[in-house]
Design a protein around this ligand. Structure first.
Ligand SMILES: Nc1ncnc2c1ncn2[C@@H]1O[C@H](COP(=O)(O)OP(=O)(O)OP(=O)(O)O)[C@@H](O)[C@H]1O
Length: 227
């Protein structure tokens, strides 16, 4: 494995259905991303962006090939070990924020850290720093329903990195926002990623945002290719 490689996919296959209805989405996909590298995943709807992110994020098993995260070959591992790697190494951001509506912004960001065993004080301090970094420190006590779409998404991004993961996987993180807010939220996401040295794989339909990443890849006939 190359030095500093955070995520490496080798010959990954993913199929849905069977027989006449078999749909091959990933057909021997190879991909790797190193520490500090940002990669945009730009591909037409239905080509397998979410599938790729789910397999890379250990949410789904590949039907063939290997997924390696920070030197761990993940496919033969128990579900418990996969969950442990997912919690410690991977942060997810989705198109919709999926924040817990009954908890404040601060508490939402604290949650993964509390699950990881940090004290209330430690989790609160880190969550507060992240809120400040995302320029919403004054909104910490507000519930998601009291925040704008852009603020909600900034909380979701802060939550994704709360446990200091090494890999950020984002599926259309600004897809639900108007262009101006999307640009603002993307600025915050990019600054956070670059400041923390994360490897980030970000699926987006927005070519302007994609151009700001170090590399751009697409999915073509079930394989991952740079463009
Ligand atoms: N669990 C499943 N069972 C059957 N087919 C599925 C399943 N999940 C995804 N698919 C199919 O696999 C293909 C790829 O889906 P995926 O969600 O990865 O695409 P995508 O590129 O992320 O699309 P979009 O940009 O519209 O979100 C689609 O044709 C989808 O219908």
């Amino acid at each position: 494995m190359k030095r500093n490689v955070v995520l490496e996919l080798t010959g990954v296959e993913r199929h849905y259905g069977q027989g006449d209805t078999l749909l091959s989405i990933l057909k021997g996909a190879d991909f790797s991303i190193s520490k500090g590298e940002t990669v945009a995943l730009v591909a037409p709807s239905g080509t397998g962006k979410s599938t790729l992110l789910h397999v890379a994020g250990l949410l789904e098993h590949p039907d063939g090939g290997e997924v390696n995260i920070n030197g761990h070959a993940c496919d033969g591992l128990s579900d418990e070990k996969r969950t442990a790697i997912r919690r410690s190494e991977i942060g997810f951001v989705y198109q919709f924020h999926h924040l817990l509506p009954e908890f404040s912004a601060l508490e939402n960001i604290m949650m993964p850290q509390l699950i990881a065993g940090l004290s209330w004080k430690e989790a609160g301090e880190r969550a507060g720093q992240l809120l400040d970094y995302m320029r919403i420190g004054h909104r910490g006590s507000h519930r998601p329903g009291e925040l704008s779409g852009g603020e909600q998404q900034r909380v979701a991004i802060a939550r994704a990195v709360a446990n200091a993961p090494t890999l950020l996987l984002a599926d259309e993180p600004t897809g639900n926002l108007d262009p101006e807010t999307a640009s603002y939220v993307f600025d915050a996401l990019e600054a956070l990623v670059r400041q923390s040295g994360l490897a980030a794989l970000i699926a987006t339909h927005n070519h302007e945002l994609a151009r700001r990443m170090d590399r751009r890849v697409t999915i073509s006939d079930g394989k991952i290719v740079d463009f």
